[in-house]
Design a protein around this ligand. Structure first.
Ligand SMILES: Cc1cc2nc3c(=O)[nH]c(=O)nc-3n(C[C@H](O)[C@H](O)[C@H](O)COP(=O)(O)OP(=O)(O)OC[C@H]3O[C@@H](n4cnc5c(N)ncnc54)[C@H](O)[C@@H]3O)c2cc1C
Length: 656
């Protein structure tokens, strides 16, 4: 059994190893490292800005190849006052890590790809093609799989040439940042000049856009660019790279024993592609938090930071890069013209003050950002209707009820029944297609119906047991779906939130719940309305604290929707949550994981949806004019449908 494992030995995990050594954590820890590539080439050049006295500069003093104190952008030359711009070649870092590993025979290196991680509650199995290895904790730096929320991912693609001129051309103290004097081709394209001597430099062409920079185009552009120097040169090395510019790159495993690092941990600033300093800081944080040598804290690894204002700025700029990439040149040129570079760096480090940011935005292309605010909000709302629809729906129902008592409720129930067939039942009906390809359809249907029959038998045998069982697995499933959506997936938290949200819905409608229970021959719940109200308040309070603690706006919005729905009837309250939040969320998870379109999902689901409705109408005999009877039978039917659905969705979420 290894006490820790590293998946990948690129920048992030190399920095982590260096930090672990610095803090003396490698002495007697049994570790295992996997990377299928043998890092013998300089595949990347990491640049970053820092103050010379910062720890990173001391720690990497032997790996830093060069640094600059003067920056040119456009026609502006600026001496960086406190900061310098640094360059580290990846090979230097890899070599240092290799030398480090040679000193610690207790850490084994395997030149293999990790194919899967299996979570056993106490330890993890790391699977490779031919073997499995048991570890207590894993730092995973595999490249993230990105599920873009709006449109397609924007990529930062580049090609860098290490060139040597015959005559002195450069000032080794001066680097050129974002030189837009090249054709834009409908993208944001620019050159970097990073001279390491008077004759040598890394000249890099970068593109921000949904399409990658074609190698031949990059070569042509670099050749043309170098022609402007009017001197002969030789190319010593070529570096190619592609980075996702996405706010959806952060990935974390459901097990808190698996900690993402590097790009996978969202350490790559989506609008710039800079990650090196963030990864260095993350390594320090992980070691400081003793995530490495302590027993794992189940909360550890859950992001406790939500977006914040810098994430919103990134969101706006990324939206422009996605849909108006040709604006990049104007925006960046203006940014570096009107604001001192050092202050821009501080802003990119997310350390600027609000006042400075307002001044900056006022000096930038306001209309372009206002366009982004408007259209990105609309795009976000249409991509995440589950965040705002429950609030708008409940508000409208309440307002209509205020004007014409009962009308809002009736209209609301009608719309919910309609959406039950459009998304509620279909979101479960897709189980047959998605995560179940290894089962033949008849076997799948038989298994699904079998589980449903068992649930109905349980209700028949004992309605109370049926109800308790239903509430338990619904709480688990609702909580799991929401927390995966809010990127805070955790078993304990899922169950807690699931119970609280169901508690809020049911206890705030205790009279109606008891009436429904009577139809199902279940005695009244043993709690008075006053006590139930106090529990509801407690659940709101605890949930609000959790949403603040995890800085989750989506969680907060969900609480607002629940609070509004406590003022409406039970059917609307549960229906709003179940259809407009839960089912829409599950639907989007399936859409993203399978890459389907909404219409194809609906069509795929149609036969299963129809079958579900027929089963309900044929097998469940009830008074169709009574909403209570309908509701009670529907609850049983829903509980029967839910269990196999939850089982299959959980399988899907295991891979999240
Ligand atoms: C060309 C290039 C230049 C960049 N320049 C800068 C820069 O100037 N400044 C900056 O701040 N950032 C820069 N970045 C961004 C960022 O710093 C790098 O992408 C950095 O390498 C990210 O570190 P990482 O550990 O997440 O990924 P990597 O360094 O790519 O390491 C991941 C490692 O995991 C291994 N791996 C993948 N899958 C498996 C598997 N299944 N099993 C085992 N091993 C696996 C890979 O072989 C790789 O070695 C650059 C990126 C690129 C691509």
């Amino acid at each position: 059994m290894y006490s820790f494992g590293l998946i990948g030995l690129g920048a992030a995990n190399s920095l982590l190893l260096l930090r672990m050594e610095k803090e003396g954590l490698l002495e007697d820890a049994a570790g295992i490292v996997f990377d299928h590539t043998f890092k013998a080439l300089n595949d990347k050049t990491y640049c970053f800005w820092a103050h010379p006295e910062e720890e990173i500069i001391q720690d990497l003093q032997h790996e830093i190849k060069h640094s600059w104190s003067q920056v040119v952008s456009g026609n502006k030359y600026e001496n960086l006052k406190g900061l310098r711009y640094y360059m580290v070649e990846s090979l230097a870092l890899y070599k240092r890590t290799r030398v480090l590993l040679e000193r610690y025979p207790n850490i084994k290196i395997h030149q293999q790809k990790v194919t899967d991680i299996i979570d056993h509650s106490v330890y993890l199995d790391l699977l490779t093609k031919n073997a499995s290895y048991q570890v207590l904790k894993v730092f995973d730096s595999r490249p993230p799989v990105i599920n873009e929320v709006i449109g397609e991912t924007v990529w930062q693609s580049f090609q860098g040439w290490k060139v040597e001129f015959d005559k002195p051309i450069f000032k080794p103290e001066t680097m050129r940042l974002m030189d837009f004097n090249i054709p834009q081709n409908g993208f944001t394209q620019f050159m970097y000049q990073l001279p390491t001597s008077e004759t040598e430099a890394l000249i890099e062409m970068t593109r921000f856009g949904r399409e990658l920079l074609p190698e031949d185009l990059a070569k042509d552009q670099l050749r043309n660019y170098l022609l402007t120097f009017n001197e002969s040169y030789r190319i010593h090395d070529i570096e190619n790279g592609v980075l996702p510019m996405s706010q959806n790159a952060e990935q974390y495993h459901r097990s808190s024993k698996v900690i993402s690092t590097g790009s996978r941990a969202g350490k790559l600033k989506p609008t710039t592609g800079y990650a090196f300093k963030n990864m260095y800081a993350h390594a320090k944080e992980l070691v400081l938090n003793e995530a490495i040598n302590k027993t794992t804290n189940v909360w550890y690894g859950l992001p406790s930071r939500g977006g914040g204002r810098f994430a919103y700025y990134d969101f706006l700029l990324l939206f422009i890069m996605k849909f108006r990439p040709q604006w990049g040149k104007i925006i960046f040129t203006r940014l570096f013209r009107v604001m001192p570079t050092e202050e821009v760096f501080k802003f990119l480090d997310e350390k600027s003050r609000v006042g400075w940011e307002i001044r900056m935005f006022l000096k930038l292309n306001k209309l372009k950002f206002l366009w982004s605010v408007l259209f990105s909000s609309l795009a976000f709302m249409s991509s995440k209707p589950q965040r705002w629809l429950p609030i708008v729906f409940s508000l409208l129902a309440l307002m209509i009820d205020r004007v014409s008592p009962g009308s809002g409720t009736n209209l609301g129930i009608g719309l919910l029944i309609l959406s039950l067939f459009v998304v509620g039942i279909p979101h479960g009906a897709l189980d047959g297609y998605s995560h179940n390809r290894n089962l033949k359809l008849p076997t799948f249907v038989a298994r699904y119906l079998g589980i449903m029959a068992l649930v109905i038998l349980l209700w028949l045998a004992s309605p109370i047991v049926g109800l308790v069982f239903f509430l338990l697995y619904s709480a688990w499933h609702f909580g799991e779906t929401d927390l995966i959506e809010w990127k805070r997936s955790n078993v304990g938290l899922s169950v807690l939130w699931g119970f609280m949200l169901l508690g809020i819905i049911l206890l705030s409608h205790l009279n109606e719940v008891n009436e429904l229970m009577n139809y199902m021959s279940i005695p009244d719940w043993p709690i008075e309305q006053n006590a139930a109200n106090s529990v509801v308040q407690l659940f709101f309070f605890l949930s609000a604290i959790l949403s603040f603690w995890f800085r989750s706006a989506a969680w907060g919005l969900s609480l607002i929707a629940l609070a509004l729905s406590t003022q409406l009837s039970l059917v609307i309250s549960f229906g709003t949550y179940f259809i407009l939040q839960h089912s829409l969320t599950g639907w989007n998870h399936l859409k993203n994981s399978e890459g389907w379109s909404h219409s194809s999902m609906f069509i795929k689901a149609l036969p299963f949806t129809a079958a579900a409705i027929i089963i309900f109408l044929v097998f469940f005999q009830f008074d169709r004019t009574s909403l209570w009877q309908w509701s009670s039978y529907f609850l049983i039917f829903l509980s029967a449908l839910s269990l196999p659905h939850i089982y299959f969705m959980s399988k899907l979420y295991k891979n999240v």
